[in-house]
Ligand binder design. Structure first.
Ligand code: BTN
Length: 246
């Protein structure tokens, strides 16, 4: 029998990802889950804040990872599939879609965030999930799992998450089988084969979402037919630009 993975629980912490880094510096390599009821300095993607009041799930999985650096971005897609399984398990009636690079949407609204960070030969995979409340006034629609599954608890959600992450990490096999991950992710991808735009910080790119490349980058066919790959950005679903004729 394999040993269960250790869970370190905190009532309050700055950020479970930051704690993972501190533990790594003290010699911890994982696998270990770091879970907190509340974060005072929860971090999101692209340097944003992740609102972390009690009632939601804040967890980081620290684990050794000997994958070449070029493949580490694939872990976001592995974890999105685990999050999708949590949603499917509890929110049985909701439409679940995966938005590039690592959002999982319930009826079009975000309920989860993933922040994957490399720490030398380990990865700190931070996952925040809205269980009992969704932060208001965000620039995107938000929801929580309790709206779809009234009896859900943070503990139950974490148990499913841990089991499903283990499952998908085994399939991924340190990047040896990203094809299966890619195939499963694309099966639920928002607007695959359709028009969308991506805010890459310095510009907005628009085109048809063709799929993922082997780094997990988005392949986008622009309106002029050229294909580009995008490694980071915010996706927006857009209507195709119309051709205006005089
Ligand atoms: C996003 O911007 O969508 C990613 C949000 C990631 C939030 C989680 S909560 C647990 C872990 N600790 C953090 O500080 N961030 C991640």
């Amino acid at each position: 029998m394999t040993n269960p993975i250790q869970i370190l629980h905190y009532n309050t912490i700055d950020s479970t990802n930051t704690e993972a880094r501190r533990l790594y510096e003290l010699g911890e390599r994982g696998p270990i889950w770091i879970v907190a009821d509340e974060q005072k300095a929860g971090r999101g993607r692209l340097g944003r804040t992740w609102h972390s009041q009690p009632g939601n799930l804040y967890s980081t999985f620290l684990f050794p990872c000997h994958t070449p650096q070029s493949k580490v971005a694939q872990i976001s897609f592995v974890s999105s599939l685990a999050v999708q399984d949590v949603a499917t398990h509890f929110a049985t009636a909701a439409a679940i879609t995966l938005k590039w690079p690592n959002d999982c949407l319930l009826n079009g609204s975000k309920f989860c965030g993933i922040l994957s960070e490399s720490i030398s030969d380990s990865v700190a995979l931070g996952i925040g999930m809205n269980i009992t409340h969704a932060p208001p006034n965000m620039p995107y629609a938000t929801t929580c799992l309790k709206e779809h599954a009234p009896s859900i608890t943070v503990k139950a959600a974490h148990e499913v998450l841990a089991a499903r992450l283990k499952h998908w990490l085994q399939i991924w096999h340190d990047g040896r089988d990203f094809e299966t991950i890619k195939f499963a992710w694309e099966a639920s991808a928002l607007n695959l084969g359709k028009n969308l735009s991506v805010d890459i910080g310095t510009a907005i790119r628009q085109g048809i979402f063709k799929g993922l490349n082997d780094d997990g980058a988005m392949i986008l066919r622009q309106l002029d037919g050229t294909e580009i790959t995008i490694h980071a950005g915010d996706v927006r679903v857009t209507q195709p630009k119309e051709n205006h004729t005089a």
